[in-house]
Ligand binder design. Structure first.
Ligand SMILES: *Cc1c(COP(=O)(O)O)cnc(C)c1O
Length: 398
């Protein structure tokens, strides 16, 4: 098959190549089906688009700048641009998606929002838009995570959300996800479940990618303005579930000259037993309602991932990423905790921008690339480092 004939986007059945679909319990079928039948009509209704764009502009602060990082460019001997998602309201790209989903929920007549959260970033982004629109918000969070992430729990409470502890199993993200699913099954009529990345059953991965695709739409326009052409040579982004990366890649998927580099969290190293390098360590299977690539034991038990950055500490990747990986369209690499921390310090010193440790993984890969000097390289700076200050302090003994 000729490479250009590969479809990198979702097909009518909700698959990306071999990946995707909706592997869900029978009880959840009506909720997911309602969403599947309506999401495209709602999203592409002109009144939706207008309201979405207006909120992204006036509330989130879009468009975010595409910043030519001069000193970083000099260091690596090429041209590096940072897509400043860190400047969004709430400090990361996640709000692009929660704004989209809350407007969708309203149009579906929903009055109550649920979400799951691990480190609390998605919980905060969800609680934020619920406050904005006056909708009830319940966030499920593992009991262990509630203790570890006190500031984000406080933020959610200030924003009017109820934080419910998941007390089963390891009392972390996957248990919170189970609780949220149970809630949705019990409240199918009035409740919408906001998933925070390009994961979950169809249509979530496609829907979230479309909301986040504003990132690559802006990059194209901004590059055109700055260098006279819309296509960079490289786009780099970190991958937890993969939503900032999918947003940064989306409008370049069919432009094969643009090399897409997805950076996973290597943790202590891929052979250390403490890693989240999904494409290196994982294989095909079903995770959180879709067929994708995940880290699992031979008998299909999910392996506990590790990353110093909470946002990348996830045992899978979204199905569209699995397709980009398997088809070779994307290059999937990994960066260790140590490499990411150094890259975070370097950006702070060279550009006066303290990045989220997640984003620092993407920056760290620049160190491993070979440049001729004429390349145009875009790095998605998914979030700011304020939330990670304690981790930076402990690591560098600041
Ligand atoms: C949550 C988060 C990520 C990881 O999520 P993706 O869905 O992979 O984008 C990356 N960066 C930041 C700043 C985050 O908050």
């Amino acid at each position: 098959m000729n490479e250009t004939t590969i479809n990198y986007y979702v097909n009518e059945k909700g698959y990306f190549g071999d990946f995707g679909g909706a592997y869900i319990p029978e009880m959840l079928y009506p909720n997911v089906e309602e969403l599947r039948q309506n999401y495209l009509d709602i999203i592409y209704d002109p009144s939706f688009q207008e309201e979405f764009r207006q909120l992204l502009k006036d509330y989130v602060g879009r468009e975010t700048p595409l910043f030519y990082a001069k000193r970083l460019s000099e260091r690596y001997g090429t041209n590096i641009y940072l897509k400043r998602e860190d400047l969004n309201h709430t400090g990361a790209h996640k709000v692009n998606n929660t704004i989209g989903q809350i407007l969708l929920a309203e149009r579906l007549g929903k009055t109550r929002i649920i979400a799951e959260t691990g480190a609390g970033q998605h919980g905060v982004a969800t609680a934020t838009v619920c406050a904005l629109r006056g909708l009830e918000c319940v966030v499920y969070m593992g009991e262990v995570d509630i203790k570890r992430q006190a500031p984000n729990v406080a933020r959610m409470k200030m924003l009017g959300a109820t934080v419910r502890a998941a007390t089963c199993g390891s009392k972390t993200l996957k248990d919170a996800t189970n609780e949220a699913m149970r809630d949705w099954i019990n409240n199918p009529v009035d409740t919408h479940y906001i998933i925070g990345s390009v994961v979950g059953p169809h249509p979530y991965p496609d829907m979230v990618a479309r909301f986040q695709s504003v990132i690559s739409a802006e990059i194209r326009e901004q590059l055109k303005e700055k260098i006279g052409r819309e296509l960079p040579d490289y786009v780099l982004a970190c991958v937890g579930g993969g939503s900032n990366a999918m947003g940064a890649f989306y409008h370049f998927l069919n432009d094969e000259s643009v090399k897409l580099i997805a950076v996973e969290a290597g943790g202590h190293g891929v052979n250390s037993g403490m890693s989240a390098a999904t494409t290196t360590l994982g294989n095909e299977g079903v995770l959180h309602g879709s067929r994708s690539i995940l880290m699992q034991t031979e008998d299909g038990q999910v392996i506990e991932p590790h990353s110093i950055s909470a946002g990348l500490d996830y045992p899978g990747i979204g199905p569209q990423h699995a397709h980009l990986f398997k088809s070779g369209r994307g290059e999937y690499v990994n960066i260790t905790d140590d490499e990411a921390m150094q890259a975070g310090m370097l950006l702070s010193k060279l550009e006066g921008i303290i990045p989220a440790i997640e984003s620092a993984h993407a920056l760290a890969y620049l160190e491993k690339m070979k440049f001729k000097g004429s390349e145009q390289v875009v790095v998605c700076l998914s979030g700011r480092g304020d939330k990670d200050l304690q981790t930076y302090m402990d690591y560098f003994k600041l």
